[in-house]
Design a protein. Structure first.
Lengths: 400, 400
């Protein structure tokens, strides 16, 4: 293999385990003498354009170890999309620093960027090994069983929706409705995880709305009223990206219905909670954990942490085997026990595509999630949640 | 001791450990032959008024054990305040069921109710042992070092504000401001816990607003602008009960400033996030974990779980020693290692009073929390948080 330096960078929204992948790349790189300097580009690809590079060999081993359980993106994040002109600049920087290995940790945008960097190098005859490292809580990358980051977000959502649901159930008599708003603009993976702790019909959540199924404010209110009648209270798991009858985000419809310009405040759950009060006369609270979903370390999935490290590590191994223009993907192995192997998929296959929740994981009623999803997702959060109990409540005969 | 039956009930908002106290009462009661039947009143004191009682002897041992780590209030909650007439009815029900032991798990309202039940029994010459069991995430009960429930809420807040803060820091370049809204209408204990993971000036949160110190929208915006200049981004821990210059909740001022009637949507953080965008031109996100703060089991404090069980257990022991009209309180023992003993305090001392954050725990600037608070609160969440790391970021010399 060509000897040269390495650049790793992080892109897009952080996850609870994105630093595991970073450390996986760096610690593996340290083991190979083909790799000279190990650089990090700050703030994603912008750090390359600006030559804003840092030297990982000067970081302490302790820092790297601690980073595996530190949330956020240690190198900072960027959402910049490169223009055609930028790719020339990227290669100039790579040449100037003799960079021969480039690892980009990110989602489908980042895989597109990686793909274009790889092509630009090929066109110019510059020997460069580009391997993408998948990362996104949205779990919407194609060609991989799942995305590192998703398992931890799913574990947070599964546990906290169940917990807050049990809390809500205690107070059904005073505040019978709770809406929990989850991340995921186009895909319902994170929201669907709310059902992973649901063991019976009465368990929260009772209604789940994801972007894959169109709905309407009227439909949601009708569903809530029905569930309230049935269970005495309702816990709703709502995706921030839930869509209306026209396929556009429900918030668009919402905005059209209000002229005061305050509607964007807080997103769809805030508005819907008010609607439940106004139209159904039911007290309603909402929760918006926002980036807590993708950053909680105590809630992180141990399997997710391990896999995130491994996709980073194996990205380096694949590059050193001479592979380029590919992304490390996870392939679920056959057999009773859960295990994923790392494999390579061409970047062009992943770039700019989205994997939505498939039909078989969505209930026919449009507001529930099937057992096919549960079977798929449970191993990613480390298996079934710890059991909870309800009192049997054997009544004492009245005397008065 | 008089032989008779027992009623236990839960009141007010749940905590992550309120069921530990319930199980503490029930399992201890099972050990004493002075106690005949062990009943639970559903939905707080309403269950007594309605004779809506359940029989704990018919619950399985497994259910009781699992309840120790089940969130919510297993008996359901109520916020009903009794009228004078109701106390007669309470005693009628007690007499009808030969109830001689009454344990009410709750906050200062519940201690007032317990105190009045106790007095009513004394007036009528009915032998009754009433012991209050403290519970509230607000930590605002007087005469106890702290309240069971608080440690778990504090642990959730300390961890998630730090986690979401590190996540926010990764993206300071695109969204530099994050507001996290915490529970606590009158007392800042829960919000203050946001600093328990803060080790340096650059760590989140940078600004903390609690109800104990008046502030204003203008002041908060000025503070945010300054902190943004200094740190490149700002994480704000905001109490839902933050007060304006007139000592009234800031939301009152907010409502006065807007005629559209939509302002109550989502509380103060939603509105303030919009204000940061409009007035400072800074992108701002908010988090509202709401009842997640008081229900997360994976985030619960092990010490809190143990103490919650113990105050329930010792309530029964105190009653059987002949004590009544008292609440079990926690007294912090002298010595280097943290330990609290259970003691008794008269219900009248606790009823309807509030313990706010004392001056020495609040920074002179009005938006910070002192080390006195950290020393007080750290043992309640199980000590220092696990360490996180930031890269030293040694710059690579530019070549272009």
């Amino acid at each position: 293999m060509v000897k040269g330096n390495l650049i790793v960078s992080q892109s897009g929204g952080p996850t609870a385990v994105i630093n595991c992948s970073l450390v996986g790349v760096v610690q593996e790189a340290f083991k190979h003498e083909e790799i000279g300097e190990v650089y990090g580009a700050l703030y994603g690809i912008e750090g390359v354009l600006d030559e804003n590079l840092i030297d990982f060999r000067r970081e302490s081993a302790e820092t790297l170890d601690l980073l595996r359980t530190t949330p956020g993106s240690a190198l900072g994040m960027s959402r910049r999309k490169l223009t055609e002109d930028d790719y020339g600049r990227v290669l100039d920087v790579f040449k100037a620093h003799n960079v021969r290995y480039f690892f980009y940790i990110g989602g489908n945008d980042s895989m597109d960027t990686s793909n274009k960097v790889s092509k630009a190098a090929l066109e110019r005859g510059y020997e460069l090994y580009v391997v993408g490292v998948p990362k996104t809580v949205d779990n919407d990358l194609v060609a991989t069983d799942h995305c590192p980051g998703y398992g931890s977000a799913a574990r947070f959502v599964a546990n906290t929706v169940r917990d807050t649901g049990f809390d809500t159930e205690s107070g059904y008599l005073s505040t019978p409705v709770k809406i929990v708003e989850m991340m995921g603009r186009h895909a319902g993976w994170v929201t669907a995880a709310a059902v992973l702790g649901k063991e019976s019909e009465i368990d929260p959540p009772h209604l789940v709305y994801i972007p894959e199924r169109r709905t309407s404010v009227e439909q949601i209110l009708t569903d809530i009223a029905e569930a309230h009648k049935k269970y005495g209270g309702v816990v709703v798991a709502l995706s921030e990206g839930v869509v209306g009858p026209d396929g556009k985000p429900l918030m668009t419809a919402v905005q059209a219905m209000d002229a005061f310009g305050h509607i964007q405040l807080g997103g769809v759950s805030v508005w819907l909670a008010q609607k439940v009060k106004d139209e159904l006369g039911l007290k309603c609270r909402f929760e918006k954990p926002d980036t807590m979903q993708r950053s909680s370390i105590l809630m992180a999935s141990a399997i997710d942490q391990e896999e995130a490290y491994r996709v980073g590590r194996d990205a380096v191994r694949f590059a050193l085997e001479g592979h380029t223009d590919c992304m490390v993907a996870l392939r679920r192995d056959e057999g009773p026990a859960y295990h994923c192997s790392t494999v390579r998929v061409p970047l062009a296959e992943v770039a700019n595509r989205e994997k939505l929740l498939p039909d078989e994981m969505i209930g026919a009623d449009g507001h529930s999630i099937t057992s096919a999803f549960v079977e798929y997702a449970l191993p990613l959060i480390g298996g079934r949640l710890m059991p909870y109990a309800r009192l049997a409540r054997h009544a004492v005969p009245k005397k008065l």
